[in-house]
Design a protein around this ligand. Structure first.
Ligand code: ZN
Length: 149
């Protein structure tokens, strides 16, 4: 049972790593941030269109490992149509899941749960959280590039 679930999670990560959703430029973007994970070499630029406190659209570009690409793909998918405060709450839940601060399942995470297995590989946590730290930077419109350090 657990093995089946792990296989399913792995399939979702491989799928999003190979065929990332929301990959490309967003001409209507009004929030933008860059992220860099020096431990793995993952780089991404995240663009958001935020209107009246709601994330209307999200896209990213960059190069990185399968985990960082899959995480960015899943994150942008999860963010569309979400309020910015809801987005920050989801960041907190996601971060707590990966750092092991919270062991039980948070229903709000939905499909993002597939990345929970990453916490068994501490060096990979930075790959999985890069897009999320970049999201916070984009929401706060910080101009400087973000790193996971
Ligand atoms: Zn990586």
């Amino acid at each position: 049972m657990m093995a089946d679930l792990r296989d399913l999670y792995r399939e979702v990560i491989v799928d999003h790593g190979r065929r990332p959703r929301n990959f490309g430029l967003l001409p209507s973007a009004n929030h933008r941030a860059e992220g860099f994970n020096p431990f793995c070499g993952d780089r991404l630029t995240l663009q958001l269109q935020v209107v009246d406190g709601m994330i209307r659209d999200a896209r990213f570009e960059g190069t990185g490992c399968a985990i960082s690409t899959a995480s960015a793909s899943l994150m942008t998918e999860a963010m569309k149509g979400r309020s910015t405060s809801d987005a920050e709450a989801l960041f907190a839940s996601f971060h707590a899941m990966l750092t092991g601060e919270r062991q039980e399942t948070d229903a709000a995470l939905g499909k993002l749960e597939v990345l929970a297995g990453v916490r068994e590989f501490p060096i990979r946590i930075k790959c999985a959280t890069l897009a999320w730290h970049t999201l916070l930077a984009a929401l706060h419109e910080e101009e400087r590039p973000v790193t996971t350090e």
